[in-house]
Design a protein around this ligand. Structure first.
Ligand SMILES: C[S@@+](CC[C@H](N)C(=O)[O-])C[C@H]1O[C@@H](n2cnc3c(N)ncnc32)[C@H](O)[C@@H]1O
Length: 264
């Protein structure tokens, strides 16, 4: 999705919109005080911060990412929330695995050419009984509808889905998580699907859609999906908001599917 400042901002906004679902996944997976977490593909650190809150001062969280720019952004977190030493640079780093180690990743497998293989190599770093937890999107046009249908929302979310698909991103990774867990040699995962839905003026979905399109705009143009004028990214959030409020309906942002299982 790019390495720009706009993408980092988008990751932060995305984290806010989806944080309740990630917290719920952590709760269901049994994350609690004193546990050790490795967040693979940590991005700007939203998920790692949430995990740090839940494991408390007696636990630890290490975030890893292959993009050094986003890690730079994640570093200066307030002490007591996510200490600088919890965020390390670099690619995957083999952490000392213990029985209480939890490993989680959000929105990472959808970008991998072989998600099950990535999951297998990630799970190999967790000792038996440790939990492997993932959250991934379903980000197709049919998963991001407005009710009643509204033209701008349908267009904007359709452009996002088309650009990701043309770029080779797995747009139904959420539903494919079960298969990936089983193929990776993990037990049958428990799963849950959540999606942000809203129609009120203050809903964060309009900005989320516009910022996602801002990041994807070069691809949208390159693939001939829409022109910059058609997208009108600077005013898009406002226009989406106006349209939705006028329709009296609701829009649905991408579905987030969670899956978790203990490593045998
Ligand atoms: C869409 S972002 C999600 C960030 C974060 N997990 C969240 O939910 O806010 C995906 C992140 O995974 C990172 N990433 C992708 N492939 C990776 C890999 N093979 N190893 C480590 N990080 C990876 C990217 O650099 C990016 O920051």
């Amino acid at each position: 999705m790019g390495r720009s400042e706009a993408e980092i901002e988008r990751l932060i906004r995305q984290s806010g919109l989806y944080a309740p679902f990630t917290r719920r996944l952590f709760e269901q997976a049994g994350l609690g005080p004193g546990m050790r977490v490795l967040d693979v593909g940590a991005g700007a650190g939203g998920v790692a911060l949430l995990a740090a809150e839940m494991v408390g001062p007696s636990g630890s969280v290490v975030g890893v990412d292959s993009n050094p720019e986003v890690l730079e952004r994640a570093r200066p977190c307030p002490p007591g929330r996510l200490d600088q030493r919890h965020v390390r640079r670099g690619r995957r780093r083999r952490a000392g695995a213990g029985p209480r180690l939890r490993r989680r990743g959000r929105l990472v497998l959808m970008h991998q050419p072989e998600p099950a293989e990535t999951l297998r190599s990630v799970a190999a770093m967790v000792r038996g009984g440790g939990i492997v937890a993932c959250q991934e999107y379903n980000v197709t046009s049919r998963s991001m509808v407005a009710f009643p249908p509204t033209p701008l929302w349908d267009n904007a979310l359709g452009w996002i889905a088309a650009a990701l698909e043309r770029a080779g991103v797995e747009t139904e990774m959420g539903f494919k998580l079960r298969g990936a867990f089983l193929e990776a040699g993990l037990p049958e995962p428990r799963m849950e699907l959540n999606a942000p839905v809203g129609g009120e003026p203050r809903w964060g979905g309009y900005e989320f859609a516009a910022e996602t399109l801002r990041t994807l705009l070069p691809l949208v143009e390159r693939f001939g999906i829409a022109t910059a004028e058609e997208v009108g990214v600077e005013t898009l959030a406002g226009r989406l908001r106006e349209e939705m409020v006028a329709s009296g309906g609701v829009g649905k942002a991408p579905e987030m599917v969670g899956a978790w299982a203990p490593r045998p």
